[in-house]
Design a protein around this ligand. Structure first.
Ligand code: NDP
Length: 339
């Protein structure tokens, strides 16, 4: 089975009919050339940035998927056969841009051999140690430079990035405000240690809601959503605040440029002497912060000091629905697909 992009999604929300689920004969080990591996994905990561890759437009930082070809993303797989001296049958590998297929052949240089450390599971490669989890670590510490006693506001706080941000910030002694779109999600955010939470869908005026949650102002805004919530956060900044532009999911499915939300409160960045900084984690896997993240977060996770909720969807055929879920807020935690 494999998941193909049927046609580019040029505007609005993606639909199930934008994908083709195809069954084709599985590749065999006889088809392997030198230094290749035949692999069977076990878990696929599903992430909002894939929306840009469905669009047919060359995204600013990552190639679009091609019409009629399998969609791809980070995955963890079992090696079924190999002609590489470094990788053996039975090894576990990750492929940072692997195909949504039951089995496929790829060059050995495209995969990384990994081992599951004690106390961890295979699915943790797409869970607590996933790309969004590293995103949270990098954004919080390297850009946010949090100091104990400061107030951090986190949007999409129960998601893959958000749940990690809020726990790292809490452990650092910050006052944490979590924003999400359902009461069930807010309950989880509270369990993770957020001091104050609110539902952006039901709170009424967003600027007022943030003011109420952070009467002394916001020192760090970790923004996963963009648009109106970003604007409302800008209106509540303290002097020397840091605004971490991680994502803008509220803007990913607009139908035309007229729908782009126009930010009104930029002047407050000047008045508050604030710093606004974006970053793309895919460029930052060579950074020394990556091994540091793996070490520190694995340790905290094994010690039970941080939790990480995954939303596991069963079966590769349900991968298109898993992608759609992200934009309808139907996912709860990091979205992964079990092959
Ligand atoms: P999540 O697990 O948080 O899933 C997406 C969530 O976004 C949904 O569950 C929903 O939660 C919320 N959402 C969807 N539409 C809207 C909307 N219109 N307004 C407000 N909230 C909405 O995803 P991730 O944690 O994986 O990603 C979070 C953000 O971080 C994304 O914008 C993503 O693109 C970005 N990102 C950026 C990276 C980088 O390198 N800069 C790397 C990884 C992620 P709810 O029910 O609360 O509305």
């Amino acid at each position: 089975t494999r998941i193909l992009l049927k046609d580019y999604v040029t505007s609005g929300y993606p639909k199930l009919s934008d994908f083709n689920i195809e069954t084709a004969p599985a590749p065999t080990k006889d088809q392997l050339k030198v230094n290749q591996v035949l692999i069977q994905p076990l878990y696929f990561s599903v992430d909002p940035y894939q929306r840009g890759r469905l669009s047919g437009v060359k995204d600013s930082y990552v190639e679009s998927y091609k019409k009629g070809e399998p969609i791809t993303n980070f995955l963890v797989a079992k090696v079924l056969a190999s002609t590489s001296k470094d990788i053996k049958e039975g090894d576990l590998v990750t492929d940072h841009d692997g195909k949504f297929e039951t089995m496929y052949i790829t060059d050995a240089k495209h995969v990384n051999k990994v081992t599951v450390s004690d106390g961890m599971e295979i699915r943790d490669f797409v869970g607590v140690l996933s790309m969004p989890s590293y995103t949270a670590y990098y954004g919080t510490f390297v850009i946010g430079k949090p100091k104990a006693g400061e107030t951090i506001l986190v949007s999409s706080a129960s998601g893959a990035v958000g749940q990690m941000v809020l726990q790292l910030a809490k452990a650092q002694g910050l006052n944490v405000i979590g924003v999400a779109g359902s009461d069930e999600k807010l309950e989880y955010v509270k369990q993770l240690g957020a001091d104050t939470v609110f539902n952006y869908k039901t709170c009424g005026n967003l600027t007022e809601a943030i003011r109420k949650a952070a009467p002394n102002g916001v020192d760090i805004f970790y923004d996963n959503v963009g648009g109106e919530l970003l604007d409302a956060a800008l209106a509540n900044l303290n002097d020397y605040a840091r605004v971490i532009i991680c994502g803008a999911i509220s803007q990913y499915n607009i139908k035309s440029a007229d729908e782009i939300y126009g930010i009104k409160n930029m002047t407050n960045v000047l008045v508050r002497k604030a710093k606004v900084e974006g970053f793309i984690i895919l460029d930052l896997f060579d950074s020394p912060h990556y091994p540091e993240f793996v070490e520190k977060v694995s340790k905290l996770y094994k010690e039970g000091k941080i939790k990480y909720k995954t939303d596991e969807i069963d079966g590769i055929s349900n991968a298109p629905q898993a992608i759609l879920n992200l934009f309808e807020g139907k996912n709860f935690g990091k979205t992964i697909v079990k092959a």
